[in-house]
Design a protein around this ligand. Structure first.
Ligand code: 5GP
Ligand code: ZN
Length: 111
């Protein structure tokens, strides 16, 4: 499949991995918007939040279960962080494989 994040998951395109298990991969964003900016993707092709359903919800649950642990490991859990999902063109999604941005290391003042 011609999907950038599927290619990152398969290793065809290199990335700086932060965490990986059988359900998800977390890697550094190539164009960070905060001192610490991780992208977390399910290891199955889900196009966007619009495609989440009862069958693939376990991947989303696995990601959210891991987010606090990643924040602790990256040392910004206590200060706080932001999690963003962009969905579709109005949402600003540029890569059509569901992903969550985990941003930390600064105080966000904008919404
Ligand atoms: P979106 O705009 O779809 O919510 O987020 C896509 C994110 O993927 C962007 O923050 C962008 O910087 C990141 N990105 C795009 N191409 C690559 C890449 O080849 N490697 C990595 N590590 N991140 C990428
Ligand atoms: Zn994909």
């Amino acid at each position: 499949m011609d999907c950038l994040f599927c290619k990152i998951i398969s290793g065809e395109i290199p990335s700086t991995k932060v965490y990986e298990d059988d359900m998800l991969l977390a890697f550094l964003d190539i164009n960070p918007q905060a001192p610490k900016h991780i992208v977390i993707v399910p290891k199955t092709h889900i196009q966007s939040a619009n495609e989440i359903n009862g069958t693939n919800l376990k991947y989303v649950a696995a990601i959210w279960e891991k987010i606090p642990q990643l924040a602790k490991d990256l040392s910004f859990a206590e200060n706080g962080y932001r999690v963003i999902n962009n969905c579709g063109s109005d949402g600003g999604q540029t890569v059509p494989h569901l992903h969550f941005h985990l941003l930390g290391g600064k105080q966000f003042t904008d919404f």
